[in-house]
Write a protein that binds this ligand. Structure first.
Ligand SMILES: [Zn+2]
Length: 245
């Protein structure tokens, strides 16, 4: 016979396992993803439709004073172009890093001004979040933002409508190794190598929105990911190039 204590512990364990799913289903209910999902997914890019081994590598949440420059250096070393989804409040502090990105051939995308999750925001707030960063990006010589990535990948019909009205295509990605959770270099490398296919859009992070940002694993993983994907025959393109076909 199980004691009440054991039973309670078991029930607690089951509840703990269920809770994250409940939260997710609450969330998807709140944004009506189950109803709107199929329609919305036609309006976002999560991978390019191609059979050719062409891919794009993208970075979110920068620019960051110390973690972005070594990533730029590494990309330069391998002669690989990337697309950086910048957060306006960080771009405001480090426009020189964004200028460097553009000058060496990287593309810049819009990742909102304050990295707030937009699914529960008002129309005005969504518009303001995108527009403030749009202006900051356009102040960088040669930068013409075309792509928008909603923070944490959360979007609603309203978010897509406003992004499109402002001239943006919304892009998420199909390869996300969850590098900000610091799973270890090996795991980041493995996840990317296993999941990357023709047309893939890889999501990594050069910056962050917390006080302490550690992208050392991303950097180490990148040094391995790029040559190994090149050896497999993949060609790295900017998002504009990858999605132009
Ligand atoms: Zn982000």
């Amino acid at each position: 016979m199980e004691s009440n204590k054991t039973k309670k512990a078991k029930v607690g364990k089951v509840l703990n396992n269920i809770r994250p799913q409940l939260l997710l289903s609450d969330l998807s209910h709140a944004v009506s993803l189950e109803r709107l999902g199929p329609k919305l997914f036609e309006r976002i890019h999560w991978r390019a439709l191609t059979d050719e081994p062409k891919i794009a590598i993208t970075f979110d949440d920068g620019p960051h004073a110390t973690s972005t420059p070594p990533i730029l250096e590494l990309l330069q070393k391998f002669n690989v172009p990337a697309t950086f989804f910048l957060v306006g409040k960080h771009l405001e502090k480090h426009p020189e890093i964004a200028r460097e990105m553009v000058s060496v051939g990287h593309e810049i995308g819009n990742h909102t001004f304050s990295h707030s999750l937009l699914y529960a925001s008002t129309k005005n707030r969504i518009r303001d979040e995108i527009c403030r960063t749009d202006t900051l990006i356009r102040n960088i010589d040669g930068a013409e933002p075309k792509f928008f990535r909603p923070p944490a990948g959360f979007f609603t019909k309203q978010v897509l409508d406003i992004a499109e009205q402002l001239g943006y295509k919304t892009v998420v990605g199909d390869v996300y190794p969850r590098d900000p959770h610091l799973p270890g270099k090996e795991k980041i490398v493995d996840r990317v190598l296993k999941r990357t296919v023709a047309g893939s859009i890889i999501i990594l992070h050069d910056g962050g929105n917390t006080q302490r940002v550690d992208r050392s694993q991303t950097l180490e993983a990148l040094a391995e990911i790029i040559p190994r994907l090149k050896n497999k025959g993949f060609e790295f393109l900017t998002l504009s190039e990858l999605l132009s076909n």
